[in-house]
Design a binder for this molecule. Structure first.
Ligand code: FAD
Ligand code: NAD
Length: 466
């Protein structure tokens, strides 16, 4: 069958390409071998946040005198998570795709030369689809297991198993110090894991964040009783009984025993078996793209890649943003137009991201260190969030901090980081200021309401001298 556009992978990125391309007047098919909605809907963003929300809320309630929380009802939390992932049923998403309207093709897709996609269905049948204008890869990413002796044989949890957990392990060991490690250690600990140990190879959790945010998170984990061991390498793993006790051998100190082991050491682009070699691209690497999301190095420019698979930024909202650009670009090029303004601009500023721990760590743009390394003439200002009336009113002992990184030559913000309970909703204002390159002397006229946490904007600008 022939379509204008064929998308492989019906995660958030792939679905958005289809939506935009059809809106632009094209016909489209989307191929998915697991569940429409992708990793994000079933084994990543959605279930992880459903598991974290009660833990977060319990933290907030504990900070308000006069309120108390009893033990968290774990079964109810897991049941709500199951609702949030639609009980792993993608009927609603498939109906959305069909309503676009686009053709939903269930099966595993792979490239088979220029503009051709070969799909193997669950019952082993093969179907060949051809694209008049474009093929878009939106196959996401998969968790990486480091080559530690005994690790693969121990069948550890990855993000898939932890987000789909049906019980909370008594003793959980986590390898990695990134976002998945932090969020899931906090979720499992908050839901009742008695011993949670995070094994971090480097010096700190969330190494790419501003130092103050890393320190606040480390303090909070220590207070909650989560054991974070930095500069600790895992050198071997033993699990004699499948699903039984795990022994984790460390570069330093005695072995660690746990009931479950979560590996959260990053992700790689899902390109294995995707037929990239049939179109002259490296078989096992992220698909390099230009700012219109078109794969570089493919003659005639018919191949695109959006979301995690292009390795640019592994975040749902950024994959969806790329997808909107990509779908519009393909539709414009199909009309014979070269869409000058349609480019991935946001990626260049530094994507917004919220880490849903307590405190929430929220950042957009560049850190001070990254801005200096990029050659900007920088001045950074910080302010104690707890000293803002709106934050104080949220709860006793509110602890948090904000930092703004200013480009001294242009008088605009290069980056902003907030760390504090409930800080997530502050981030979009920062994203607007950074992406809009709003001059600070204009930003000064954006008056924050009293008494909200947003008053920190005023305090940051005052600290800067305005
Ligand atoms: C635990 C966890 C929590 C996260 N939380 C957040 C968060 O809070 N916020 C955030 O922004 N990001 C979060 N992320 C990152 C986010 O999940 C990804 O950035 C996002 O899912 C990428 O979307 P995508 O459409 O590129 O890929 P995916 O969501 O991975 O979808 C790709 C789809 O392609 C399908 N596919 C793959 N290969 C083929 C093939 N050959 N044929 C057919 N179909 C195929 C897959 O089955 C899948 O359905 C989290 C990640 C993890 C692991
Ligand atoms: N709230 C959110 O926005 C959110 C939540 C979860 C995941 N995500 C995204 O998903 C992606 C994957 O998350 P992640 O936490 O798996 O990756 P990550 O890149 O954030 O962190 C990986 C961690 O593993 C460590 N590591 C790497 N190799 C190791 C090894 N061999 N031994 C020990 N440690 C090792 C790294 O030092 C790092 O601390 C991220 O890019 C993240 O942005 C986002």
């Amino acid at each position: 069958m022939e379509f204008d556009v064929i998308v492989i992978g019906a995660g958030p990125a792939g679905e958005n390409v289809v939506g935009r391309a059809v809106r632009g007047g094209l016909s489209a098919a989307i191929v998915e071998d697991r569940l429409a909605g992708g990793e994000c809907s079933y084994w990543a963003c959605v279930p992880s946040k459903a598991l974290l929300r009660p833990v977060d809320l319990a933290g907030e309630v504990r900070r308000v005198p006069g309120l108390s929380v009893g033990p968290i009802d774990v079964a109810a939390v897991l049941a709500r998570r199951d609702e949030a992932v639609a009980h792993y049923d993608d009927g609603g998403q498939v109906r959305w795709i069909e309503g676009v309207p686009a053709e939903f093709v269930k099966g595993r897709g792979r490239l088979d030369g220029p503009r051709r996609v070969r799909v193997t269905t669950d019952d082993g049948e093969e179907r060949v689809l051809t694209a008049r204008h474009a093929v878009v890869l939106a196959t996401g990413s998969t968790a990486v297991l480091p080559p530690v002796p005994g690790l693969a044989e121990a069948a550890p949890w990855t993000s898939h198993e932890v987000t789909a957990a049906t019980a909370v392990p008594e003793r959980l060991a986590v390898i990695g110090g990134g976002v998945v490690a932090c969020e899931m250690a906090q979720a499992m600990h908050g839901l009742g894991a008695r011993q949670t140990t995070v094994l971090v190879r480097g010096d700190a959790l969330l190494a790419r964040m501003e130092p103050f945010a890393r320190e606040l998170l480390a303090e909070s984990f220590a207070e909650a009783g989560i054991d974070v061991r930095t500069r600790t390498d895992v050198v071997g793993v033993e699990r004699p009984e499948p699903g039984g006790k795990v022994t984790v051998h460390l570069s330093d100190g005695p072995p660690l025993e746990a009931d479950e082991l979560l590996v959260a050491t990053g992700r790689r682009a899902a390109t294995a078996g995707l037929g990239l070699d049939t179109v002259g691209l490296p078989a096992d690497a992220p698909v390099e793209v230009d700012d219109t999301l078109r794969a570089t190095g493919v003659p005639e420019g018919w191949l695109y890649a959006v979301g995690d698979v292009n390795g640019r930024v592994l975040l749902t909202h950024m994959g969806k943003y790329q997808a909107r650009i990509c779908g519009d670009v393909i539709a414009a090029r199909a009309r014979g137009e070269e869409p000058g303004g349609l480019r991935d601009l946001a990626g260049g500023y530094g994507a917004p991201q919220v880490v849903f721990t307590d405190p929430q760590i929220c950042s957009v743009g560049r850190t001070e260190e990254a801005a200096r390394a990029a050659g900007f003439r920088v001045r950074a200002v910080e302010y104690d969030l707890g000293a803002v009336t709106g934050a104080y009113l949220l709860g006793d002992g509110y602890r948090g901090r904000a930092k703004a990184v200013v480009d001294e030559d242009r008088g605009v913000l290069l980056g902003v980081t907030f760390a504090g309970p409930g800080a997530a909703e502050l981030l979009h204002a920062a994203t607007i200021a950074v992406t809009g390159e709003v001059p600070l002397d204009r930003l000064w006229h954006a008056v924050p309401s009293f008494p909200t946490v947003s008053e920190v904007w005023l305090r940051l600008l005052e600290t800067y001298g305005l």
